[in-house]
Ligand binder design. Structure first.
Ligand code: AMP
Length: 220
């Protein structure tokens, strides 16, 4: 099983990058944030437990996340390969992932890290809206909906996610800075880590980053 990990702060474009990559490389996209939000919506035991952490921008405990990922990796759709988006977020999760993959006779093949300046992320998050029903994401400046407040695809209501409000975004970025360094160091030592700078100030958008990344891994 091919396994790719996407690292980057919340709002750095991991979701968009995953969408392009999963189609080009035929991988199952596992966004732990999306799976958790689905659980919160369906009021499952996991969702009810995770909600209190998520609403405040804190990380959900490792044990809950690791068990959830274990189940997802065993899905038949994961057979061809997976792309992790938003996982691992802590060193403990990175170590647990390696252990799970070894048991499956696999490993993390490549790690993509997208770097976007925090100021730019804050701007992006303030302009981001998500469809309540189908989860399509819009940006009020780059990719606005045709009709204000309504999803182009399913006509669902567009909302600002609770954890995309400015006060919470600041906290999530702080947590990212604190927790991600050990994960990045871990992958620098153990894996093929590829870093790309993105965002307006540097001039590259997510699609360009992904194209460059695919060229890099296919040229290997
Ligand atoms: P995301 O959409 O990836 O930014 O995730 C939204 C929220 O879900 C985060 O702020 C955390 O509360 C929780 N979450 C998602 N993935 C993880 C993870 N790997 N470890 C811990 N918490 C997570």
């Amino acid at each position: 099983m091919f396994c790719m990990v996407l690292l980057g702060a919340p709002g750095s474009g991991k979701g968009t990058a995953s969408k392009i990559l999963k189609e080009k490389l035929n991988l199952l996209h596992i966004s732990t944030g999306d799976v958790l939000r689905e659980n919160v919506k369906n009021e499952t035991t996991l969702g009810n437990e995770a909600k209190k952490y998520m609403d405040s921008g804190a990380l959900v405990p490792d044990e809950l996340i690791v068990n959830m990922v274990k189940e997802l990796l065993n899905k038949p759709e994961a057979k061809n390969g997976v792309i992790f988006d938003g996982f691992p977020r802590t060193l403990e999760q990175a170590e647990a992932l390696d252990k799970m993959l070894v048991e499956m006779g696999s490993k993390v093949d490549v790690v993509l890290k997208i770097d976007v300046p925090f100021e730019e992320i804050k701007k992006r998050m303030a302009n981001r809206r998500t469809c309540k029903d189908c989860k399509e994401i819009y940006s009020l400046d780059f990719n606005p909906p045709k009709q204000e407040g309504k999803c182009d695809i399913c006509n669902g209501e567009l909302v600002q996610r609770e954890d995309e409000k400015p006060e919470i975004v600041g906290k999530r970025l702080e947590i990212y800075k604190e927790q991600s360094d050990p994960v990045i160091e871990y992958y620098k030592k153990t894996n093929d880590l590829k870093e790309y700078k993105a965002g307006d100030e540097i001039g590259k958008n997510t699609k360009e980053v992904v194209d460059e990344f695919i060229r890099d891994i296919q040229g290997k």
